[in-house]
Ligand binder design. Structure first.
Ligand code: FAD
Length: 405
């Protein structure tokens, strides 16, 4: 089989590794527009549940990633200048995106994958110029602005919309001791900083504000430097004099992209190219890598004795059937989470600090009261003292209505 993968991000490289390791005689090529040392963003969180799946899929890659990761089990959530530390049952891990890519690039090349850096295609037809026109499978692992998806948007059933909040992905040389979410009112605006350390010398800092703040404070007319300064002022005490660092840190509104179909003919989408997962659930990378695992499983599944080998197209259909339902659960959590964030200013003003944290932790519906009690006993006791338990559902429902306003 010949597989051409457009995009050498986490999903594309990981898929290439899994395929080439299982089928060394296959031709697996990755086309990546950037050089090996260039990427956007800073560190990303890889949650423990996702790490287990990576370990099962490829123990060696998992070990290399673990070596580069920074683990921390405590998260501070601060609202109305009231910081509350939360001890999570499992330590969350963060890794510099460039370290993640370097581990995957090296492993892919050692496995025999051909990775071509500095090659951008504008349309899958251009694969002809790279000797890949006869690929049996063309994978769009080319992220949120996928050209593979764009070429067949109608056939994939693509829908796109944008959230209203504004955000930018910064880093800082301030090495925080814990991860944190700081929700703050400043000059009548609603701001949130999501930050966490990912190495011994840097932390990620995602800056976000709602659309009312953006307009009221005139941020639409500011330069990116001025917007950065606003956040440096709002979160001056957290940054402790350190500036934010930009790496292609453009201000944007989060694009919600979805596709009814995973594949069109021999073209298949994985990762952000197929569906974007909101950064507030800290899982886009692992969901993208889990897409890669599912696609590798479908393409390399052994044929039962006496059965004819399946065509590549039949294997792609099987991938869609198996991966769709599992991914939908995570995307549903992402959707509930971003709907909650769209109104975080309202929640800041409405709730007490513990009420806010309760609403935050139960916003996706994935953490039931029972699990909350089991995994966060001290916090749960405080929720009970404040009469906050058994409110998760009543909070989640109005969100849809609020969003529709
Ligand atoms: C602010 C923010 C914070 C985030 N934090 C986290 C987090 O903590 N944890 C987490 O798990 N996820 C996080 N994510 C999400 C995560 O970054 C993405 O979900 C993940 O990168 C998706 O991987 P991918 O391989 O699908 O796409 P990408 O990482 O976007 O990779 C796509 C690759 O394709 C290449 N490419 C694109 N177009 C072409 C072309 N035409 N030709 C050749 N090459 C091309 C690109 O250069 C890129 O290397 C965050 C996202 C944002 C915006």
């Amino acid at each position: 089989m010949k597989v051409a993968i457009v995009g050498g991000g986490p999903s594309g490289l990981y898929l290439a590794i899994l395929l080439k390791r299982r089928q060394p005689d296959w031709s697996v090529s990755v086309i990546e527009q950037n050089s090996a040392d260039s990427t956007f963003g800073f560190g990303v969180v890889l949650a423990d549940s996702g790490l287990n799946r990576l370990q099962a899929a490829d123990p060696q890659v998992f070990e290399h990633l673990i070596e580069k990761m920074n683990f921390n089990g405590v998260q501070t959530i601060e609202v109305q200048h009231h910081p509350i530390d939360i001890q999570h049952p499992a330590k969350g891990g963060a890794i510099a995106r460039i370290d993640l890519l370097h581990v995957l690039q090296r492993t892919a090349q050692e496995a025999g994958v051909e990775v071509r850096f500095g090659v951008r295609i504008e349309h899958p037809d251009e694969l002809t110029e790279h000797g890949l026109a006869d690929a049996d499978v063309v994978v769009g692992a080319d992220g949120v602005n996928s050209v593979v998806r764009a070429a067949f948007e109608n056939e994939f059933g693509t829908t796109k919309s944008f959230l209203t909040n504004h955000f930018a992905w910064y880093g800082t040389a301030r090495v925080f001791t814990k991860s944190a979410l700081v929700f703050r009112e400043w000059r009548g605006g609603s701001f949130v900083a999501h930050y966490y350390p990912y190495s011994s010398s840097a932390s990620t800092f995602v800056a976000e504000c709602d659309d009312a703040t953006w307009r009221t404070l005139g941020m639409q007319a500011m330069s990116n430097e001025q917007r950065q300064e606003v956040f440096e002022q709002v979160f001056a005490s957290e940054l402790d004099g350190q500036p934010l660092i930009s790496n292609h840190s453009n201000w944007r509104q989060f694009p919600v992209t979805q596709n009814t179909h995973w594949s069109v003919g021999k073209h298949v989408l994985i990762g952000d190219a197929h569906t974007t997962a909101h950064f507030s659930i800290g899982s886009g990378t692992r969901i993208a890598m889990e897409d890669a695992i599912a696609l590798a499983d479908a393409l390399t599944a052994p044929v039962a004795a006496g059965e004819p080998d399946q065509s590549a197209l039949a294997r792609l259909a099987h991938f869609a059937q198996t991966r769709g339902p599992a991914k939908d659960k995570l995307l549903n959590a992402s959707r509930k989470s971003y709907l909650w964030y769209e109104h975080f200013g309202e929640w800041m003003r409405r709730y007490t600090p513990y009420g806010f944290i309760h609403a935050f932790m139960t916003r996706t519906g994935r953490l039931s009261e029972e699990r909350l009690q089991q995994q966060y006993p001290e916090l749960f006791a405080q929720f009970q003292r404040e009469g906050l338990t058994h409110r998760a559902l009543t909070d989640a429902e109005p969100l849809e209505a609020v969003h529709a306003r």
